[in-house]
Design a protein around this ligand. Structure first.
Ligand code: NAD
Length: 292
């Protein structure tokens, strides 16, 4: 079997187009421009690249982009002031504080200071709770992107066995909640899981979010399963995922490549979340196909 390649780059382009279409309608029909603010503390080069890319794509979709760059030694109280200002700004519908934050700042306190309605990363404790109880939430971007690709490929996910490898708050846990919401039978595997190969072999859907280069070999994959590879690992001069692509593609029915799979969907979903937050703030219908 040779797997269908799920082209995240192309899919992300269609998501961005949908977002741009919705943004244009919001402007024409209601005179509203969605706004996204990204706050960066310090000069981590990877974060700077990511923040620039978010800003560019926000503007390309027709939205307002605000970047607040703060020095690495900014105090937690100063950062909380900036968050409060953005919370109060009616032209800003989404706020994202780029992680990681310097060690002298309590990241949890900062995230929970963001207005949950503007929390486009979906990390605020209220959004985590809402997702966990099946209520309308802001959903973390990476798992939302994975869900969109899975829905697009499978249609109905109900009853499928899904194994999520990794239990982080930003990927593994919200991914599992979303799959549960789709009525999958969900297993969360992690570093202490007994006999991981056997657990993964049961899965119709495997989502790997571990951060260990190519750790999932093809012989763990049930023939025909769908493999979503969230991992981004730099090995020498190339990027690889958490699954061994060639051997997994030989077994799977469908698979996301790295790069060009989950990665491009993450920023596209950030834009989608900003439009969703904007629509909710104004009591307008949410964009179809861009939410969980
Ligand atoms: P994390 O380090 O917070 O969590 C990793 C998880 O993997 C942990 O829950 C741990 O229990 C589990 N784990 C570790 N070793 C294991 C093992 N041997 N067997 C089974 N489970 C094991 O990582 P994260 O933030 O969830 O990110 C995971 C990967 O996804 C990383 O490569 C990261 O770069 C990537 N990522 C990609 C995107 C994207 O946009 N594509 C976004 C976020 C993270």
């Amino acid at each position: 079997m040779t797997a269908t390649v799920i082209d995240g780059k192309a899919f992300a382009a269609t998501v961005r187009e949908k977002v741009a279409g919705h943004v244009a309608r919001l402007s024409e029909e209601h005179g509203i421009v969605p706004g996204l603010a990204v706050v960066l503390v310090g000069e981590d080069p990877a974060s700077e690249v990511y923040v620039r890319s978010k800003g560019k794509q926000t503007v390309a979709a027709g939205m307002k982009s605000v970047e607040r760059k703060l020095a690495a030694d900014t105090s937690e109280s100063k950062l909380l002031e900036v968050v409060a200002e953005l919370n109060a700004d009616p032209t800003i519908h989404g706020i994202l504080v780029q992680l990681p934050l310097p060690p002298h700042i309590d990241a949890e306190a900062v995230i929970n200071a963001i207005d949950p309605a503007k929390d486009v990363d979906g990390f605020h404790i209220l959004n985590v709770g809402r997702l966990g109880t099946g209520q309308k939430a802001m959903v973390p971007c990476t798992p939302l992107g994975c869900l969109m690709m899975l829905r697009d490929h499978h249609g109905d996910l109900s009853g499928l066995d899904a194994v999520v490898i990794g239990r982080s708050n930003i990927v593994g846990k919200p991914m599992a909640q979303l799959l549960l919401g789709e009525s999958c039978t969900v297993t969360i595997a992690h570093s202490r899981t007994k006999d991981l190969p056997e657990v993964v072999r049961r899965a119709d859907i495997v989502v790997a979010a571990v951060g260990r280069p190519e750790m999932v070999p093809g012989d763990w994959i049930k023939p025909g399963a769908t493999v979503i590879d969230v991992g981004i690992n730099r090995v020498e001069d190339r990027l690889v995922g958490d699954v061994d692509y060639d051997s997994c593609a030989a077994q799977a029915g469908a698979i996301t490549p790295v790069p060009g799979g989950v990665g491009p969907m993450t920023i596209a979903c950030l834009l989608a979340n900003t439009v969703t937050a904007c629509c909710r703030a104004h009591g307008l219908a949410e964009p179809e196909g861009l939410t969980a």
